[in-house]
Design a protein around this ligand. Structure first.
Ligand SMILES: *Cc1c(COP(=O)(O)O)cnc(C)c1O
Length: 340
């Protein structure tokens, strides 16, 4: 099977497994796990933030950010197809008690003027805007890079209105590698950041949230409340350090592979590519071969190619560490052969 379902299917490298085995550990709820502390310090430095916190998942990281920034009854502004709005089980409402205000973006980027118009006034009827969320890269937009300029404009507006900004950077390093812009430069236009170690970076578990010392102190309490205070978690933090040291630059390879795949597929005239392929995702529309996304995914599976439904007529292919150039070429060849 050639597995394009997600970059989350990546398994820890040999070096990560060795790091886990040899990790120096302690009780992290007591703040005594040297490996966790090292990962948090390294992450904060990469993002140019005062402090960072190791959390079990990206979802928990985002939710801790919402819980820490907001209070119940507030409203959060976010992109209409963002992960926080679409794919976290309405946790912002269920846990933080905030209501979402969505803005439809262009390739994942919200129009700054619309963001400003959506920030609530002081009328007694109005909810209060508690947070603005930006997602970069944007998953549903096919791994699209939200331009730095767009982030800056939104951040300037947010600051003017004294509303904090959270960056859901689950795949921030894909944006970093593809754009050549440093992580701390993206992070500068947000108060807090979440990134995943367990996606393209290949670590087995975990995410990081970063922000000011005060924010992380309060976030740590929310993590404990949610049951995310782990004990000898250096066992899973140590592979995260290896991920940051060895797996960032190689994302370039995933991006080259995605472009190669898109090029090959676009030469098969019945299939249409629906994204610009900024990073490691290719969105394919099978309408012209008279298949729904669901049928196309099943059709591909029979040919040994795993993908995911990403909309009624969109199938997502995601490239990652375990997929070689040969896998990409083979995939194009198989599809080509079947359709011609
Ligand atoms: C994967 C993802 C998350 C959540 O990460 P999990 O570790 O799967 O909970 C959040 N935001 C975006 C954009 C993602 O792609």
């Amino acid at each position: 099977m050639i597995d394009f379902r997600s970059d989350t299917v990546t398994k820890p490298t040999e070096a990560m497994r060795k790091a886990a085995y040899g990790a120096v550990v302690g009780d992290d709820v007591y703040g005594e796990d040297p490996s966790v502390i090292a990962l948090e310090e390294k992450s904060a430095e990469i993002l140019g933030k005062e402090a960072a916190l190791f959390v079990p998942s990206g979802t928990q990281g985002n939710q801790i950010a919402v819980l820490t920034h907001c209070s119940p009854g507030q409203e959060i502004i976010l992109e209409a197809e963002s992960h926080i709005f679409q794919s976290e089980g309405a946790a912002t409402s269920a846990f933080a008690g905030v209501q979402p205000y969505t803005i439809k973006g262009q390739k994942g980027a919200m129009n700054p003027e619309e963001v400003e118009a959506s920030i609530r006034g002081s009328d007694i009827h109005d909810p209060e805007t508690g947070l603005i969320c930006i997602e970069n890269t944007h998953n549903q937009a096919g791994g699209a890079i939200v331009p730095l300029e767009n982030m800056k404009e939104i951040y300037d507006i947010a600051q003017k209105h004294m509303v904090p900004v959270h960056l859901d950077g689950a795949r921030l390093f894909n944006a970093v590698v593809a754009s050549g812009i440093e992580a701390k430069t993206f992070a500068k236009y947000s108060d807090t950041v979440q990134f995943c170690l367990s996606k393209g970076l290949g670590a087995p578990v975990g995410s990081i949230i970063a922000g000011s010392n005060d924010f992380i102190k309060r976030a740590r309490k929310w993590r404990k409340r949610l049951g995310g205070g782990l004990r000898q978690s250096g066992m899973i933090a140590a592979p995260g350090i290896v991920a940051l040291e060895t797996m960032i630059n190689r994302l370039e390879e995933d991006h080259i592979h995605a472009k190669l795949l898109a090029e090959g597929i676009s030469n098969i005239k019945e299939l249409q590519i629906r994204n610009d392929v900024d990073t490691n995702m290719v969105l394919v529309d099978p309408t012209k071969i008279n298949m729904s996304a669901e049928t196309f995914v099943m059709w591909l599976e029979k040919l040994g190619i795993l993908t995911v439904v990403f909309g009624p007529n969109i199938v997502r292919f995601t490239t990652h560490y375990h997929l070689s150039k040969e896998d990409i070429e083979k995939t194009i060849q198989i599809i080509n052969q079947e359709l011609n």
